[in-house]
Design a protein around this ligand. Structure first.
Ligand SMILES: C[S@@+](CC[C@H](N)C(=O)[O-])C[C@H]1O[C@@H](n2cnc3c(N)ncnc32)[C@H](O)[C@@H]1O
Length: 287
């Protein structure tokens, strides 16, 4: 895999690459950052596919109930309830603003019965109390905002508590040699350019600051549409903390490569990764 890490990496991002920059189609003043975020970094169907895959592999059945932590616009939860009529989702986010944006999209994205399968909860993932679920999802590295072992272990303990007895916790992580650099990478999408800006990295603390900027064909920009102050956790640290938090099994799903050496969106449990410039992995922790 050679893609640059972070919200850029993975072949899944490549699918959206190289679409024509239709001149003038979008501008900074006519664009909505939540819509641009969804178009740039989210692939909810792929997350639902992966959830189905790991449940089949590890539990021999499909999950029905999920909780999407750090849900943002809750697009993954919406894909989940659309997948099967029995599915339910609890979407949790601290921000009323982003959650209200997601709620406003319900009418156009879901039919009436799908809408009933989805519950929005504006709360802190560290303290929220929800009905036990089959799976908790924490995607796009959102839990990297917990910057000490104590905080991250506490979050993992809360997730463990939120799961049913045979529950599975799915989370992702990024890394690779480029992730330790201060660098920018951009990608042309449909009518705008997405810029991933690794603005700061401190090798002593592991702290990173990453920004997302958007640039438009007319030269206008939305700088720092989103900013993240994270700790760049490594896979061994994450696996150890999940075990310490009480998870009995922890597996890393690594992506295969196609004939060009790019990620092929095929995920398998692995114990040997590739020392490449950028990767994303999924971690699945079983209660
Ligand atoms: C990087 S976005 C993730 C959006 C989406 N899950 C994704 O996969 O792209 C991080 C989200 O986490 C939310 N957030 C930050 N701290 C939180 C907390 N302690 N509890 C719940 N949500 C939190 C923010 O409001 C923001 O919407």
């Amino acid at each position: 895999m050679t893609a640059t890490a972070t919200k850029m990496p993975k072949n899944k991002k490549k699918k959206k690459k190289n679409k024509s920059l239709r001149k003038g189609w979008r501008t900074a003043s006519t664009s909505d950052i939540h819509e641009l975020y969804e178009l740039s970094v989210q692939e909810p169907e792929a997350e639902v596919d992966l959830t189905d895959q790991v449940w089949e592999e590890q539990r021999g059945r499909l999950a029905t109930s999920i909780r999407e932590d750090f849900c943002g616009t809750a697009i993954a939860s919406m894909s989940w309830v659309k997948r099967r009529r029995a599915n339910t989702a609890i979407a949790v986010d601290l921000s009323a603003e982003v959650m209200d944006w997601g709620k406003k999209k319900v009418a156009e994205r879901l039919n009436a019965s799908q809408a009933k399968q989805l519950t929005f909860v504006q709360d802190n993932v560290l303290t929220v109390e929800t009905e036990p679920v089959d799976s908790v999802l924490a995607m796009n590295f959102s839990y990297f905002l917990f910057r000490t072992r104590k905080e991250l272990k506490h979050y993992f303990t809360r997730v463990h508590h939120a799961l049913k007895d045979d529950g599975l916790f799915l989370l992702d992580a990024y890394g690779g040699s480029d992730s330790f650099l201060e660098m920018e990478e951009d990608r042309d999408l449909d009518g705008f350019t997405y810029i991933w800006d690794q603005a700061y990295y401190n090798p002593i603390s592991g702290d990173v600051t990453n920004h997302i900027h958007f640039k438009f064909p007319d030269g206008t920009r939305i700088d720092k549409a989103f900013s993240y102050h994270w700790r760049l956790w490594t896979l061994p640290e994450i696996q150890e903390l999940l075990k310490e938090a009480g998870f009995r099994t922890v597996h890393v799903y690594w992506e295969g490569t196609d004939e060009d050496g790019e990620g092929d969106n095929e995920w398998t449990i692995s114990t040997r990764g590739e020392a490449c410039e950028g990767w994303i992995a999924y971690i699945v922790a079983g209660k």
